[in-house]
Design a protein around this ligand. Structure first.
Ligand SMILES: Cc1cc2nc3c(=O)[nH]c(=O)nc-3n(C[C@H](O)[C@H](O)[C@H](O)COP(=O)(O)OP(=O)(O)OC[C@H]3O[C@@H](n4cnc5c(N)ncnc54)[C@H](O)[C@@H]3O)c2cc1C
Length: 323
């Protein structure tokens, strides 16, 4: 698997980044079967002499640019790598490297993964591992669309000093004068929806995969709001992007302690149940009488959750005054 390390000589910690990539490469890609080179961006002629000491591979391309913005680097990469057959790009750890990895993968129609702990090339794919669920598990991802663009997790490997190379093969590019960044002229930060303290509410409605769609999740949330209840979701609902992660109930999200919890369309898996078991009363609505939640609940309703919610809404509708 042909791979390239991408380094930005503008970065104040470029030496540390180079040593980390050197270590990452040696730990997971260093069996000699993987031809490798480094693309190193820099600004001034004065910096040029120090670049060879930052190269962790046998070959290097030194690229002079006059702005260190991500857009300039991506544009320069596009020009250099136009007809390249690189399978794997290794970007530095940290925010800047992660941003480049994701945006380069998008441009190249490849796949990206950031905060990666380990990689292992396989025939036609890359297995990459990263921590997930508040670092409780090391999840393995199978990337299949090349090029693979990876940014390691900070501290995933110890730094490995770069050995001096007499026979370093260097290609030089001068790409100063690339057009000015056109990507972002103005930016505005829009705060994400404030994470609510779900655990604090007295009344909680939780929707699971049984709801079947994003639209149904929204409807159930509206019902919860009409009842004055907080709203939460199970993990498959969050992973399907039917609702945001901050609504997640369970070991990976909020452990709630409401007086009353209505769980609709959830099976009651242990990792979820831990998030509601401290409720004073659990009401489960599930169409499957064998569902685990039915046995664990104080009140069990065996039915389509929608039928039950529709009936609830009727009760909640304000009674029209008689004329
Ligand atoms: C390390 C780890 C951490 C995890 N952390 C969490 C966590 O924090 N939170 C979490 O939720 N999960 C977590 N999980 C996942 C968890 O194990 C379950 O996979 C998940 O809770 C199942 O979600 P669910 O009940 O919505 O879906 P399912 O298990 O698919 O259940 C759907 C239920 O809906 C019922 N249903 C279907 N249609 C209807 C209908 N029309 N009306 C009524 N009922 C219907 C079905 O009978 C079924 O019981 C974790 C797993 C792991 C490995």
């Amino acid at each position: 698997m042909k791979f390239k390390c991408i380094l930005n000589g503008w970065a104040p910690n470029v030496k540390a980044q180079a040593e980390e990539l050197n270590s990452f490469m040696n730990s997971f890609l260093g069996n000699g079967a993987n031809p490798a080179s480094t693309i190193l961006f820099y600004a001034n002629h004065e910096d040029r002499h120090s670049l060879p000491g930052l190269v962790p591979t046998e070959c290097a391309e030194f690229v002079r640019i006059d702005r260190c913005q991500p857009e300039t680097i991506l544009e320069a990469l596009q020009r250099i790598e136009d007809k390249e057959d690189t399978s794997l790009y290794l970007f530095p750890a940290g925010f800047a490297g992660a941003e480049l990895a994701v945006r380069w993968a998008f441009r190249q129609k490849g796949s990206s993964l950031v905060q990666v702990e380990q990689v292992a090339p396989r025939e036609g794919c890359l297995i990459a591992k990263k921590k997930a669920y508040a670092d409780h598990v090391l999840a393995a991802f199978r990337l299949t669309r090349q090029p693979f663009c990876i940014s390691p997790a900070n501290g995933s490997v110890d730094r490995l000093p770069i050995a001096a190379r007499d026979n370093l093969q260097i290609i030089e590019h001068d790409l100063t004068g690339l057009r000015e960044d056109a990507f972002a002229r103005d930016s505005q930060r829009i705060p994400a929806e404030q994470a609510k303290d779900l655990g604090a509410g007295k009344f909680l409605v939780v929707g699971g995969r049984g709801l079947g769609s994003k639209e149904h999740v929204k409807q159930l949330k509206d019902v919860a709001a009409a009842m004055g209840a907080e709203f939460g979701i199970s993990r498959p609902v969050a992973l399907n992007a039917w609702g945001p992660m901050q609504w997640l109930i369970g070991v990976s999200g909020t452990i709630a302690r409401p007086d009353v919890c209505i769980a609709a369309g959830v099976s009651g898996a242990a990792a979820f149940y831990a998030g509601i078991e401290k409720s004073k009363i659990i009401i489960a609505i599930n169409s499957d009488p064998q569902a685990r939640i039915i046995k664990a609940a104080d009140v069990a309703i065996i039915d389509d959750y929608k039928t039950v919610m529709d009936e609830l809404l009727k009760i909640l509708k304000p009674i029209k005054p008689a004329i």
